[in-house]
Design a protein around this ligand. Sequence first.
Ligand code: HEM
Length: 385
Amino acid sequence: MKHLMVRWLRERFDVESIRGPLKHQIEKPLPKNIGWFHTLGSMSLFLFVSQVLTGILLLVYYRPTVNEAFGSVKFIMTEAYVGWLYRQIHAWGANLMVLIVFLHMLRTFITGSFKKPRELTWVFGVVLFLLTLVFGFTGYLLPWNQLAYWATTVGTEVAGSIPWIGEWIKTLLRGGDSVAGETLSRFFVLHVIILPWTMFAVIVIHLFLVRFQGIATMDRVGAEKEIKKGEGTPFFPHHMLKEGVVFFILLGVLITLAILAPFDLGEKADPLQTPHAIKPEWYFLPMYQVLKYFPKLVGIFIVSLAPLFLFLWPFLDKTKERHPLKRPISTAIGALALLSLLVFGMMAHLSETKREFFGRTYQFDIYGIPHPAAAEGGELPGNRP
Ligand code: HEM
């Protein structure tokens, strides 16, 4: 049967001209330093594909209107055949994708793979990271629940504070003065058409660059030699086997989380009732917290430095060494950036909550500073009016 099919194709197409380059790509040896952390790129790709597939399933019943959105997601979770499962896999997949793409970025930073000649691979990677975040932001509103509605109100308000173009961006996103049906339509179009296709195109460019230039070795910039056949680790089956193992682990984690820790739909959005302590998704928490400490413009300026530095990093870190210990300044800056993300994220998480530590109750103000719990209903120091 297989032979018949091959013969059928050979009689019609010049199969050899495709088979040659394909075989070359599959058998291409990878550098010896390639390990488990080199599977994070493919796992990012897997999560993107999973999001597209579960997203298509969600589209069957989802209705992007103010009156129907919440009810349609509720219907998917309670009535549609295995709807609860694909909605949870989509929600958890979005969170895991942010994490895995970030870890992949961290890996390429630590191994100095962003250096010459792979600067553009990094730059397109930063675009992919930002697109992943915008995916999360736009998708969060779609169930039209209270948390999403108010987080989007705050998020678009922040965009509105950008000097000169802020007001324009805010109105463009909201489609009016406040978050309403028009906003839902716009976020829907962004989330299901513009972002997936843009991301698909950028992934194709990113992967083409990776394949075309080959995976980076740990050699100094300019000293990388071409890996001859039999020298490195074969892509197939050696590295693909590793990817297969990590793929099944990730799939297991995704399904386990979807079943054991499902996301709650909460209450339908009510524009007249502001909930207490509105917080964005965890991956925006560090940015959200930094914005609290500074006047609006200064905060926006500081927060916009992060993507700017990410884009420019390959052109700023000019040392020829790739090993993280041999470029201590770059590594120290990276470690400091990571630490501040964790600290600000944790402070945002704790802010405006009451927690018990070592038998004492503390109230965390909006800046994330703990105070011994005030009497019931008491005012918090540093609370916003
Ligand atoms: C949807 C998002 C992404 C996908 C699907 C993706 C996919 C991949 C794949 C499959 C590889 C080869 C295997 C590996 O090194 O893991 C790779 C390599 C690479 N990626 Fe990504 N990537 C994404 C995001 C990013 C981000 C956010 C960055 C950094 C800002 C980045 C920078 C790089 C670099 C520099 C390489 C070359 C690594 C080397 O030669 O060692 N990628 N990517």
